[in-house]
Design a protein around this ligand. Structure first.
Ligand SMILES: CC(C)(COP(=O)(O)OP(=O)(O)OC[C@H]1O[C@@H](n2cnc3c(N)ncnc32)[C@H](O)[C@@H]1OP(=O)(O)O)[C@@H](O)C(=O)NCCC(=O)NCCS
Length: 157
């Protein structure tokens, strides 16, 4: 498994790999819609990392390196290809995002859906603290939980 920056022409391949995640369906995100969003993200210069195994995309992490609360980076979406969960690939992607964001910022923020218990455990195990809830921010009936971690040598968790 290698983690690498996405190429400029890769939005559709990445979307095809991860679009069947039930989480995305819950938000009404289609494969075509995700491909469009990733294409725009690449054009803007957002961070986009890919997990690749034997030539196939197995996961992605989309992030902003700075600007959140004028203090830190923001992990916009991390998602694996269905069937890739539980093998540590999410951790490899998150490690790589943290390394990139730490070049510009001392903090990394993210939002996780209130119902996504697996992801909440995943982030908590990596030092992210739940720091509040934003009721129905993105989708009616779903609260977004703010999670946050300090980055860098000696950073508290
Ligand atoms: C969240 C995610 C990135 C974690 O990456 P990972 O490599 O699976 O991480 P881990 O192996 O540490 O497992 C983390 C959690 O994923 C879930 N998971 C593990 N194996 C799974 C599988 N085969 N199928 C579905 N979920 C699984 C579990 O809830 C697990 O938590 P637990 O071990 O405490 O029960 C990944 O599971 C994923 O892409 N999930 C779907 C999209 C998502 O929820 N993204 C987060 C948006 S904020």
């Amino acid at each position: 498994m290698i983690i690498r920056p996405a190429r400029g022409d890769e939005a559709e391949a990445i979307a095809l790999a991860v679009a069947d995640q039930p989480l995305l369906a819950r938000y009404g995100t289609t494969c075509a819609g995700l491909a469009r969003s990733l294409d725009q993200a690449l054009a803007r210069g957002d961070g986009l990392l890919v997990a690749q195994e034997e030539g196939a995309v197995r996961g992605m992490a989309w992030f902003l390196a700075s600007g959140t609360f004028a203090l830190g980076g923001y992990l916009r979406l991390i998602a694996l290809a269905p069937g890739t969960e539980g093998r540590g690939v999410g951790g490899l992607l998150l490690d790589a995002v943290e390394q990139e964001v730490a070049k510009a910022s001392r903090h990394l923020f993210l939002l996780v859906s209130d119902f996504n218990d697996g992801a909440r455990r995943f982030y908590a195990a990596r030092g992210y603290r739940e720091s509040g809830a934003l009721p129905a921010l993105v989708h009616e009936g779903i609260d977004e939980i703010v999670m946050w971690r300090r980055l860098g040598p000696g950073a508290e968790t």
